[in-house]
Design a protein around this ligand. Structure first.
Ligand code: ATP
Ligand code: MG
Length: 558
């Protein structure tokens, strides 16, 4: 296969369309946009759209616009504008000086509507919303013309101006495109393009009491900005004929082209602004950035990096077929990103004391430890070893099953970066909980001493009880479980009651005092963690588990 063919094949269908458009001369450059509606926070699905649009602009040395689609004042909230800007920036999509608001085009949109009226392509309709619905027909029946459809251009101009000037109540009149009431595509049956709404807009205040409908506004916004490829999701496929109708009737010189791809869905999580909003409002989660959500701000707080999200979006690819991606693939990406790049600390999440009876009371040895055994470049650090340590409760068993190689009476294990120890005794409280474990150490076996005398099968981690820093650790499970069904019969979310587990009594090696909020690292054997960006303080360290270390997930072929 020639090199040229190879690269052509590895391009996604959107890139192939762009290539053809550049070749045929339909466009001489590429300009894309991300057009969020400021009515909620961005989620992982939006990240795909942001990175796709930004990536295309970059690849073709074109431009990328961030445009707030703020044409519906009843549903929007300015607070989301800042959060969306933050998220897009954090993802690495740089809009430079091309930040736009659709509401800044209201004058041009009004003019565009007037142009349609003058061409006899739009009319003011007095039918009520219910009547319009009735006249629209169904999938199997054509619609009927409105009795107001044949108003003269002069009358339409006058009435539309009246709408603008506040002479009518909400719903009293609408402006409709004059297309075809018998079209097989219901979107083409004289869609409403302007409505009366006496609502204050966060940007334009009370200047307007008429607002454009999405299907009219969006192509006009794209055309005004000189967008070439207007990439959106599949639910707009049936709206494309209307998109084309608008940009053609308005006679834009280089009309933009709409291309649809399928939305990203993830298993075991809640996407969709509506559901996320509900969880936030019901107090099920602690705000839009609760680490169990997949909003961008939540993923960030959970410890995901922009790099890991970019890798994930790339692995997902773009297509027109609807499918869900395994959440485990997102986890795979963050493991890949953090594995070699971050240091590894020792932390004990469920501590029990290990006392080395033959170790001198006041002695402290500072062990030299590589920060990441797989990446020498990360250097090394010293960790204190002494008589009293904490180990994980699960690393000791009074009566071990077969193949349990960790601590039990009489067994010898390696303390990672320390010595070999042999369990000699343990104590229990009245309830039968182990309260302390006793052992002896062999001074010959110090880590790094080159000792080869004998081998042990188990290696466990530990922290010095005297030096360790008490910390809070938060462990997460998915909010919903795909296999058990995401929704209950009544349509509410079937929530996992164990989605958050807070451990308040964890001990971390003292080097952790050097981390800052949002730093990420491995706690050996326990997973990848992040210092919580909101609640971590040196006095009260809080760590969120991003992901555990192991998974049965395998990358899908292709
Ligand atoms: P939601 O479906 O979560 O309510 P939305 O589509 O209403 O989101 P918008 O602010 O209108 O949110 O979307 C901005 C852009 O993001 C649109 O171009 C939309 O197609 C895209 N987008 C939204 N959800 C997804 C998704 N799951 N996967 C890919 N792109 C998405
Ligand atoms: Mg929307």
């Amino acid at each position: 296969m020639s090199e040229e063919l190879e690269t052509k094949e590895s391009k996604n269908f959107i890139e192939q369309i762009i290539d053809e458009d550049l070749e045929s001369g339909r466009f001489d450059h590429v300009q894309t946009r991300f057009p969020p509606e400021p009515n909620g926070c961005l989620h992982i699905g939006h990240a795909k759209s942001v990175l796709l649009n930004y990536g295309l602009a970059n690849e073709y040395e074109g431009k990328f616009n961030l445009r707030f689609d703020d044409t519906n004042p009843t549903k929007e909230d300015e607070e989301f504008v800042e959060s969306i800007k933050n998220d897009v920036k954090w993802l690495g999509a740089n809009w430079e000086d091309r930040l736009f608001f659709a509401s800044n085009y209201f004058d041009q949109m009004y003019e565009a509507a007037v142009k349609l009226i003058k061409k006899g392509k739009a009319y003011v309709d007095d039918l009520s919303a219910d009547e319009i619905r009735e006249y629209r027909g169904t999938l199997t029946e054509p619609g009927k013309n409105s009795p107001y459809r044949d108003r003269s251009i002069e009358e339409n101009l006058e009435l539309f101006e009246g709408m603008k000037n506040g002479e009518y109540e909400d719903g009293e009149k609408v402006l409709r495109a004059k297309i075809d009431m018998s079209s097989s595509n219901i979107n083409m049956r004289d869609p409403i393009i302007y409505r009366v709404a006496h609502v204050t807009h966060h940007n334009t205040g009370d200047k307007w009491c008429i607002y454009p409908m999405y299907d009219f506004a969006h192509p006009v916004e794209d055309a005004i900005e000189g967008i070439t490829h207007s990439v959106c999701t599949l639910e707009f496929e049936d709206h494309r004929p209307l998109y084309d109708w608008v940009v053609n009737e308005l006679e834009y010189e280089m009309p933009p082209k709409q291309i649809e791809f399928s939305k990203l869905y993830l298993t075991n999580v809640v996407t969709g602004k509506r559901y996320i909003k509900q969880l936030v409002e019901d107090g099920v989660v602690d705000g839009w950035d609760d680490p169990r959500l997949v909003t961008i701000s939540a993923l960030r707080r959970r410890g995901y990096t922009p790099e890991s999200i970019r890798m994930f979006v790339e692995l997902c690819g773009v297509s027109k077929s609807q499918s869900s991606v395994d959440y485990a693939m997102l986890e795979y990406c963050i493991r890949e990103d953090l594995n070699l790049s971050r240091p590894r600390f020792m932390a004990v999440l469920d501590p029990v004391k290990l006392i080395i009876d033959n170790y001198p009371e006041d002695q402290v040895e500072w062990m030299d430890v590589p920060n990441n055994v797989k990446n020498e470049e990360l250097g090394s650090r010293k960790i204190p070893f002494c008589k009293e340590l904490y180990i994980e409760r699960t690393d000791f068993m009074e009566e071990p099953p077969k193949k349990y190689f960790r601590l039990y009476p009489g067994n010898e294990v390696r303390l990672m970066n320390g010595y070999f120890v042999t369990c000699t005794d343990f104590k229990k409280d009245a309830d039968g909980n182990v309260t302390e474990i006793h052992c002896t150490y062999d001074p010959e076996t110090r880590s790094g001493s080159g000792f080869t005398g004998r081998k042990v099968k188990g290696t466990i981690h530990w922290v010095s009880a005297r030096h360790a820093i008490k910390s809070e650790v938060r462990l997460y499970e998915n909010l919903v479980d795909e296999e058990k069904g995401k929704l209950n019969e009544d349509g509410t979310l079937n929530l996992n009651p164990n989605s958050l587990q807070v451990l308040e009594n964890c001990y971390v090696e003292p080097n952790i005092s050097e981390v800052k909020p949002e730093d990420k690292f491995q706690f050996m054997r326990n997973g990848y963690f992040v210092a919580d960006m909101k609640e971590y303080t040196p006095e009260h360290p809080v760590f969120n588990r991003i992901v555990s270390l192991k998974s049965s997930f395998k990358l899908p072929k292709n």
